[in-house]
Design a binder for this molecule. Structure first.
Ligand SMILES: NC(=O)c1ccc[n+]([C@@H]2O[C@H](COP(=O)([O-])OP(=O)(O)OC[C@H]3O[C@@H](n4cnc5c(N)ncnc54)[C@H](O)[C@@H]3O)[C@@H](O)[C@H]2O)c1
Length: 377
């Protein structure tokens, strides 16, 4: 387990985040240590954008064109970057072409091996910026400043960096952990509400696979930008991911559990050519995984996953059939020579990997379709 330290006006000390603390004391900054060969710290709190600092004197700041200027200016004032590189929004920045442009900008500014690359924005920008840092001069210091909920609880922690190819997402990349992560929850105030709820799927998933205290808190009014309890909820979700990647950085085992709900999600995203967003697809996919888990003898967690979908209010899915999605599910990265493996739950916080017989997959798919179509009547 990573060590967690609370720095605040009313809470100090070390230990695991969460577990009943929310609402009992205001926490300004929660620090989470990520272990492994290159340990680093994740800070979750308010006002962090004004307090970014790195030991390197030459800094390259990378952000997307649509990021609110207020966030960019605050980061620029605290970091005083030698060069700021603006890239296209969303996954349009995760291309080899954009990678080359950013690398050329760094070389054009004569940045040396002692420089630092800072990625400011959502998961797309932090994935690109991390890979820029991994590649420039065979590797320079990387720092991550996630400004979306998904970026904070998922993309910025764990060291996976990279870009997409026309053949698929994240096909080129490197494990290149950041030296430090600053998650300023105030930056979420400018995030569209639907984007916040998309990221909530990963927080809820961390609750299902590891920290059930998160489930109720995600569905509570405290889980919203501007609410005092948000720092602790995000910190507890980060703690789950930090623990997993500390124990299994390169996905030899336990890291696969972070893919709960993702087999159907990735298939839905690919089949619909990303008309369904990742967070919404994960919300839908977690419900399917809960139904499969119950069918194989696990506890019935489908009331939880359905409650989350009601909170998330995802857009309605286009017509989907098992036959249409199955070829995409079969390409899942957890598949091996014997076929596809799903992340399932024996109970809350008890994930495991399993092969699922086809008749069970089909029966659960029918049940899932009835449930998710019922969300939009
Ligand atoms: N490395 C990993 O482990 C990992 C894990 C999960 C996802 N990812 C990657 O993350 C990406 C998705 O990340 P995302 O969901 O953060 O979306 P995103 O990065 O595409 O950002 C969504 C949009 O929100 C804008 N934005 C960011 N912060 C904002 C703010 N505070 N206010 C207003 N607008 C803001 C962005 O500029 C962008 O246009 C995908 O490319 C995915 O592959 C990586």
């Amino acid at each position: 387990m990573p060590a967690t330290e609370r720095i605040g006006t009313e809470q100090t000390g070390t230990g695991r985040t969460g577990t009943g603390q929310t609402g009992t004391g205001r926490t300004d900054v929660v620090q989470i240590e990520v272990g492994g060969a290159q340990p680093y710290r994740v800070e979750v709190g308010r006002g962090l954008l004004d307090r970014l600092n790195v030991p390197q004197t030459q800094v390259a700041l990378i952000h997307a064109a649509d990021l609110p200027m207020e966030l960019v200016s605050r980061a620029q004032q605290s970091l005083r970057p030698a060069v700021t590189v603006v890239v296209p929004a969303r996954d349009d920045c995760k291309t080899l072409g954009e990678l080359e442009k950013v690398l050329c900008a760094l070389a054009g500014a004569n940045l040396s091996r002692e420089c630092a690359v800072v990625g400011l924005g959502g998961g797309a920008v932090t994935d690109l910026a991390g890979f820029v840092a991994a590649s420039y001069l065979r590797g320079v210091a990387y720092y991550s400043v996630p400004t979306t909920l998904l970026g904070m609880v998922d993309a910025a922690v764990g060291g996976k960096t990279g870009v997409n190819l026309p053949q698929g997402k994240n096909l080129v990349g490197a494990f290149w952990p950041p030296r430090h992560v600053w998650a300023d929850v105030d930056s979420l105030l400018t995030l569209p509400a639907a984007t916040f709820r998309e990221g909530a799927a990963e927080v809820y998933k961390h609750g299902l696979i590891s920290d059930p205290t998160l489930l109720e808190r995600v569905l509570s009014p405290e889980f919203a930008p501007g609410q005092s309890g948000l720092v602790q909820i995000i910190a507890d979700a980060v703690t789950v991911k930090a623990g997993v990647v500390t124990r299994d950085l390169t996905e030899q085992g336990e890291r696969a559990y972070l893919n709960f709900g993702h087999t159907l999600a990735h298939a839905t995203e690919a089949y619909t050519d990303h008309a369904v967003s990742h967070g919404e697809a994960v919300g839908y996919g977690m419900h399917y995984a809960a139904l499969l888990s119950r069918a194989l003898g696990g506890a019935d967690l489908s009331t939880h996953t359905l409650a989350f979908l009601k909170y998330q209010q995802p857009r309605a899915l286009p017509p989907l059939s098992f036959e249409a999605l199955w070829p995409y599910m079969a390409r899942d990265k957890k598949a091996d020579a014997q076929g596809v493996r799903f992340v399932l739950l024996r109970d809350l916080a008890k994930p495991y990997l399993a092969r699922v017989p086809e008749d069970v997959l089909r029966a659960a798919f029918g049940e899932w379709q009835v449930a998710v179509s019922g969300l939009h009547v």
